[in-house]
Write a protein that binds this ligand. Structure first.
Ligand code: PLP
Length: 370
């Protein structure tokens, strides 16, 4: 039998960060703390109540959830976003796919600054778009001065910027983001003979972990109708298993994305569980602060070991450099510690765990480096 698989998929492997049963799991940037029992109870209560209506399709517009997310964004970032300008889906991965389905597609270009999130390339491939990676500098920053000419050359319909970036950890400065946004005006593809503005997506999957004084891109939303800020409940919110991502953007963008979403894409169970988790944002924020403090301590420990450490606004740290990083990764795994072999040559990435896990990692790394 010969299947008509799309040619670009032949020989491709599906996404697969290893899911291994080891004692210290620090490879996918999850929150190491499970939900508190009062959060579990609240989620269970809401899911039970939603279950009574499971014979019906859910609220297609998830009105209550959008309101909850808008309130959360206001509390977290200080930026008031109307609920109608919030949009949610099954993980920010689905949000990204919906954005590309609406604004990219065949014969269009999706552009990013690498190294960055490995999934971007796959989303672009899945919607038949060209994918352009512009290398970042040695300090993993974007060469802002070159942005206007890069955009003019490639006419991207969508520019993807993870900030804080994954796997490097660093957030883009607001003044720099502003320059990118300014450069994006009039730089999109021509549509029906008209010049368009490129969509700029700032992926703030790790936004809650940014250092004090680092603003969210949400602050620029009102000024730039072509800006999208995506967030997720997978990382800071400690709910990776929930699959709930969301975005804030202009009404025009949200309405465009609504065209491509599958009917009733967000189940009643997901909506109820997300609302349950959101109602406990205060205890969550305490955890986030703990993780940020532990991150800064771990960065210092790694520096003391003579390692290079990329500045992190996230809940992970990229460190190096090793002539044989795979050997270090393997030696850690042999001790039951799983981190991620990702990023530029010679670098490794570790997620922030509990203080106990972080300590085990430092001890294990010292052993691995002997
Ligand atoms: C983890 C991560 C996401 C989150 O994806 P979800 O689908 O919301 O779990 C998005 N962007 C980046 C850069 C990430 O590292």
């Amino acid at each position: 039998m010969t299947l008509p698989l799309r040619e670009e998929f032949i020989g491709q492997e599906p996404y697969g960060a290893p899911q291994l049963q080891v004692s210290v799991v620090l490879n996918t940037n999850e929150n190491p703390y499970p939900p508190e029992s009062k959060v579990i109870d609240e989620i269970a209560r809401r899911v039970a109540s939603a279950s009574a209506n499971l014979n019906r399709y859910p609220d297609r517009e998830f009105t209550e959830l959008k309101e909850g997310l808008a309130k959360y964004l206001a509390a977290e970032s200080g930026v008031a976003v109307p609920a109608s300008q919030v949009w949610a889906a099954n993980g920010s991965n689905e949000i990204m796919l919906q954005i590309l389905q609406a604004f990219a597609g065949p014969a269009r270009t999706v552009l990013t600054f690498s190294p960055s999130y490995s999934m971007y390339q796959e989303y672009a491939r899945n919607v038949y778009s060209d994918f352009v990676e512009i290398p970042r500098g040695d300090d993993f920053s974007i060469n802002i001065a070159e942005a206007p000419s890069i955009f003019a050359d490639h006419k991207p319909s969508v520019v993807l910027i993870a900030s804080p970036n994954n796997p490097t950890g660093t957030a883009i400065e607001q003044a720099e983001l502003r320059k990118i946004l300014d450069a994006s005006i009039g730089c999109g593809p021509e549509v029906g003979g008209r010049v368009t503005d490129a969509i700029v997506v700032v992926d703030e999957a790790y936004g809650e972990f940014r250092r004090d004084g680092v603003p969210s891109a949400l602050e620029l939303l009102a000024e730039y109708p072509n800006l999208i800020v995506t967030r997720t409940m997978s990382k800071a919110f400690g709910a990776a298993g929930l699959r709930l991502g969301y975005m804030a953007a202009s009404q025009e963008i949200v309405d465009s994305v609504r065209i491509v979403r599958l009917p009733y894409h967000l189940s009643a169970v997901s909506q109820a569980a997300a609302l349950g988790a959101l109602s406990h944002r205060d205890s969550l924020m305490k955890q986030v602060n703990q993780i940020r403090t532990d991150r800064d301590h771990l960065s210092q420990s790694l520096e003391k070991m003579g390692l290079e450490v990329a500045t992190s606004d996230a809940n992970f740290i990229m460190f190096g450099t090793f002539t044989d990083r795979h050997k270090i990764w393997q030696r850690l795994l042999d001790q039951g510690i799983l981190i991620r072999e990702v990023g530029p040559d010679g670098w490794l990435r570790v997620s922030i765990g509990t203080p106990h896990e972080n300590e085990a990692f430092v001890t294990g790394l010292k052993e691995a480096m002997k």
